[in-house]
Design a protein around this ligand. Structure first.
Ligand code: PHE
Length: 356
């Protein structure tokens, strides 16, 4: 049983706390009980004069009392605060003459938008989207792709090598998304039908080159995949992407170490006006070819049983052409005004395969 004086203190204090009219009145009560010179504080100080037995008993009582009072104070504070908020809300009238606040919506970056469009178009052709690491080893990015150690292509691509290695393979920033061809062929069995959008790196910097840029790779492997499939697939893609059903597309013999035969793909345009699909000029748009038998063999696929095609395109390039963006560096400056102008509404999904 608590001592009488403490009981009295409690039965005096609780109604006062419950009746406190506002936060200030409540704070006064708190100080009178628990402040430096408060009743509880003084009673605690008085413990020192008691003998050990009595000190222990009264100390415990005081702690219980203190807890009860602290809880009662907190409960009342909650009630008073809620009431104050209610009153404030009731007092605030809606000002219908105030001008509306503009909706602030973000925009999808043109590079992201192009990747979405590419995925939508190839997705409709049954391609799956694959990704791979930006930091690669030189075998996966070059060796497996039939580019021997001293082949000029390794220097041609101005690769960024890192001061690191994976075992006996040098680490580098991948100079093309073709490294994911290697990874996919090693880990999957045909049929394979993938696209690989992603970042790539080369030591180049001017209005049309950035040391970091984006590519989209494509790879199809099966038992009876032919150059005809390659052509049909890319013609359909280019016509859908540029929204130009009659777009002229030309396949021009070229060379890549990882494809044989290799072809550069050009589209018709007007060099003077930049108009796509009209005019007698040709514009190189992507590289492609039938996957080289050595590449298949390097990646564990029997070239006597399987064949296929691959292609790779620069995402910045097709984005600049489609939207009339002249300087590639603007893609990476994070200028919100530029993004507002060239960006896309997040509410407009890419569905470019429709109608093709
Ligand atoms: N990897 C080539 C490049 O970066 C593009 C390419 C990919 C060409 C696949 C042919 C086949 O330029």
């Amino acid at each position: 049983m608590p001592s009488d004086d403490l009981n009295t203190m409690l039965s005096d204090a609780l109604p006062k706390i419950g009746a406190a009219a506002d936060i200030e009145a409540l704070e006064d009560i708190r100080v009178s009980l628990l402040g430096k010179a408060g009743m509880i504080t003084l009673a605690m100080k008085g413990l020192g004069g008691l003998d050990p037995e009595a000190r222990k008993a009264r100390g415990a009582e005081l702690n219980v009392l203190k807890t009860e009072l602290t809880e009662a104070l907190a409960a009342r504070r909650g009630t008073l605060e809620a009431a104050a908020l209610e009153a404030r809300l009731a007092a605030q009238k809606i000002d219908i003459s105030a001008p509306p606040r503009p909706e602030v919506t973000g925009a999808i970056h043109p590079i992201s938008r192009t990747m979405e469009e590419i995925a939508a178009i190839f997705g409709a052709q049954g391609f799956a989207v694959k990704e791979g690491p930006d930091i690669e080893d030189d075998w996966t990015a070059f060796g497996a792709l039939n580019i021997p150690v001293h082949h000029p292509a390794r220097a041609m691509m101005d690769t960024f090598y890192l001061n690191a290695a994976f075992g006996d393979r040098r680490a580098l920033l991948r100079p093309h998304t073709s490294s994911v061809q290697t990874r996919t062929m090693l880990s999957e069995t045909p049929p394979i039908r993938i696209i690989v959008p992603g970042r790539t790196y080369r030591s180049d910097h001017d209005a049309t080159h950035s040391p970091m840029f984006h590519q989209c790779e494509g790879l199809v492997i099966g038992k009876d995949i032919t150059l005809g499939h390659l052509k049909g697939c890319l013609i359909d893609f280019l016509r859908a992407y540029f929204d130009a059903p009659g777009l002229p597309v030309r396949f021009r013999a070229s060379y890549f170490p990882f494809t044989e035969p290799s072809m550069e793909v050009d589209i018709g345009w007007n060099r003077k006006t930049g108009e796509i699909g009209k005019g007698g000029d040709w514009l190189e748009i992507l590289g492609s070819g039938m996957v080289h038998a050595n590449v298949l063999a390097n990646c564990g696929i029997d070239p006597r049983e399987f064949q296929g095609f691959a292609f790779g395109m620069g995402i910045e390039r097709v984005t600049m052409l489609k939207h009339g963006i002249a300087d590639l560096r603007l893609f990476y400056e994070s200028d919100v005004r530029w993004l507002r102008h060239y960006g896309f509404s997040p509410l407009a999904p890419a569905m470019l395969h429709e109608g093709f």
